[in-house]
Design a protein around this ligand. Structure first.
Ligand SMILES: C[S@@+](CC[C@H](N)C(=O)[O-])C[C@H]1O[C@@H](n2cnc3c(N)ncnc32)[C@H](O)[C@@H]1O
Length: 310
């Protein structure tokens, strides 16, 4: 990472007094200028000083500007809730495009670890645009996340008054054994598809720098560890506490490591379930996808780059 020299600092100051604090997060004048342009475009003048000072403390720009694009949506961001990532938007859009192109109507989606609500909201948007009905529920353990997801839902509805949305968000702990029991017992509330971007960063990588395939310092400092740190225990709960008891016939889970794909694959009966994996456009393993063979969501197989055949 390039060092911020006194010369660079002075050069930035000559251009604008707002630029030097932005160098800490951006490391180059060009990138700092781009951020300053966004800050000036998105925020009232009275917030500019506070915005650049927050950036000098590595507060993510999305918390300062309060939004992040997610597919065709603009998701509101708040401290305490994970900022949606492009990798998640990428597979969510592909999933929505696949399901709507096959004309799935009245589909029931359960999104676990929903955070800002970005996944079900983008799915709702795509289904509404195709005049198809999606019933979605988003669950999260964090009251801050559920409050933000509900806010994002209301914002979406007021920005798109002609679109039908059938969505709700609830606080729930994925590790609560009553969750699976309740899903099993609620007959009228069926689930077809489970999606999730659970916490999946291994603690050994959480403390490493991004150059050593770890996590950005700004993420470590300012985004909730609750949303990031996790491993196979989350996939275990997703399968055994949600997918199986709810009798869902398909799932798409984001992953960070191939070991998490293998873990999910080994948990499922391969007579009943097809399982595959998907990469993101940067070439990293990104999703483990499952479908019950011979059921309507077996179309999920086409989202996979590799399918396990044994
Ligand atoms: C990686 S974030 C994903 C947020 C959002 N789906 C997204 O893609 O931006 C993981 C989420 O899991 C939630 N979470 C962590 N532990 C949980 C648990 N035991 N039960 C339910 N949700 C949990 C966190 O609060 C966080 O919002």
């Amino acid at each position: 990472m390039p060092r911020i020299t006194n010369k660079l600092f002075r050069k930035a100051k000559e251009i604008s007094n707002y630029l030097p604090p932005l160098l800490k997060a951006n490391r180059s004048i060009e990138k700092a200028q781009l951020e300053l342009k966004w800050i000036k475009e998105e925020l009232p003048r009275k917030e500019w000083v506070s915005a650049v000072n927050q950036r000098s403390k590595l507060v993510p720009l999305q918390y300062i500007l309060r939004t992040q694009p997610f597919g065709e949506l603009n998701i509101i961001c708040r401290k305490g809730v994970l900022i949606p990532r492009w990798e998640t938007a990428e597979w969510t859009e592909s999933l929505a495009n696949l399901l709507t192109s096959h004309g799935f109507d009245d589909l029931n989606l359960l999104d676990a670890c929903t955070g800002s609500g970005c996944i079900p909201l983008l799915m709702q948007h795509k289904f509404s645009k195709s005049c198809l009905k999606l019933n979605s529920t988003g669950l999260d353990i964090s009251p801050k996340a559920i409050s933000l997801a509900k806010y994002n839902l209301e914002k979406y509805k007021s920005n798109n008054p002609t679109f039908y949305v059938h969505s709700n968000f609830e606080i729930a702990d994925l590790f609560d054994p009553r969750l699976g029991v309740e899903l099993h017992e609620t007959k009228e509330n069926t689930v077809d598809l489970v999606t999730s971007n659970p916490p999946y960063v291994l603690s050994k990588d959480y403390t490493k720098s991004v150059l050593r395939f770890g996590v950005e310092k700004s993420v470590r400092l300012h985004e909730p560890a609750l949303a990031l740190l996790g491993d196979n225990e989350f996939y275990d709960q997703l399968i055994n506490n949600l997918v199986i008891p709810s009798r869902a016939i398909g799932f798409v889970f984001e992953v960070g490591y191939i070991s998490q794909v293998q873990f999910v694959r080994e948990m499922l009966d391969n007579e009943v379930w097809g399982v595959g994996l998907r990469y993101d456009s940067a070439g990293n393993v990104r999703c483990v996808i499952g479908w019950q063979k011979d059921k309507k969501l077996s179309v999920l197989e086409s989202m996979c780059k590799e399918v396990f055949n044994d």
